[in-house]
Design a protein around this ligand. Structure first.
Ligand SMILES: NC(=O)c1ccc[n+]([C@@H]2O[C@H](COP(=O)([O-])OP(=O)(O)OC[C@H]3O[C@@H](n4cnc5c(N)ncnc54)[C@H](OP(=O)(O)O)[C@@H]3O)[C@@H](O)[C@H]2O)c1
Length: 212
């Protein structure tokens, strides 16, 4: 299987790539700065480009059977705005090439109809919205774009603090206020679960939250 990974130079994206290579997948990594990606492998192709460059995005996706996005905002307004442009371009390319499967990282700042809201969750969202407006707006905007698309999307919403703990393949997946979610999530576990979704229909067109 060939997959294209966006956000490939990030901490989660690097885990996605390494684990995909371990599964003997062919991997195309889309990055804005190729020098940031230190991984090399005969099954890894690196495409350098900006998220708003539709032609480069298409070039990176062409020939893949699925796309994974580990893109996430960082709180820098200009950069954060680019993410929804990138997601829109990914969705355009998926449609053009008839590629159905798209797994993307999001966070619980983007609410889901299956969440049971509470004062605690409202307070957390308000803190993020006020403390880092571009981060919050980016997540809400690109998550909505994915939801509106007609591909077989799955959004995995990070419910907690990311860590660099090793892979143990033990995650909680569900909805706020309903399911048991912990306060931390290892990037290795997140990457593993994103890749697991590529061969699963369990959460197609759904956006569960995830934690260790
Ligand atoms: N850290 C936490 O505890 C936490 C908690 C909840 C949610 N999150 C979210 O989870 C995301 C993933 O976490 P992480 O630790 O893997 O983050 P990360 O290492 O900062 O990775 C973010 C990825 O997104 C890419 N990116 C961001 N803006 C971009 C732009 N304008 N154009 C192209 N690429 C862009 C980055 O590219 P570059 O490498 O080129 O910068 C990087 O590959 C975070 O971005 C954050 O939104 C984090």
């Amino acid at each position: 299987m060939q997959i294209t990974v966006f956000g490939a130079s990030g901490k989660t994206g690097s885990q996605v790539i390494q684990q995909a290579l371990n599964r003997s997948y062919q991997v195309v990594a889309y990055v804005r700065e190729a020098a940031k990606l230190t991984l090399t492998d005969s099954n890894l192709k690196v495409v350098e480009g900006q998220l708003d460059d539709l032609n480069m995005v298409k070039q990176a996706i062409s020939g893949s059977q699925a796309v994974v996005s580990a893109l996430g905002p960082t709180g820098k307004p200009e950069s954060d705005q680019q993410i929804s442009l990138g997601i829109a371009n990914i969705l355009t390319a998926l449609k053009e090439f008839g590629i159905k499967r798209f797994v993307a990282l999001s966070t619980t700042s983007a609410q889901d109809a299956l969440d049971i809201d509470s004062t605690k969750f409202k307070l957390r969202r308000t803190m993020i919205r006020k403390g880092s407006p571009s981060y919050y707006e980016s997540i809400v905007k690109y998550t909505e774009l994915v939801r509106q698309s007609d591909c077989d999307w799955t959004l995995l919403r990070i419910a907690s603090l990311l860590t660099d703990k090793p892979l143990n393949k033990s995650v909680h997946v569900g909805y706020l206020g309903k399911d048991k979610l912990q306060s931390k999530l290892s990037r290795a576990n997140l990457a593993w679960y994103m890749l697991e979704q590529l061969n699963s229909t369990e959460f197609v067109r759904q956006a569960p939250a995830i934690s260790d």
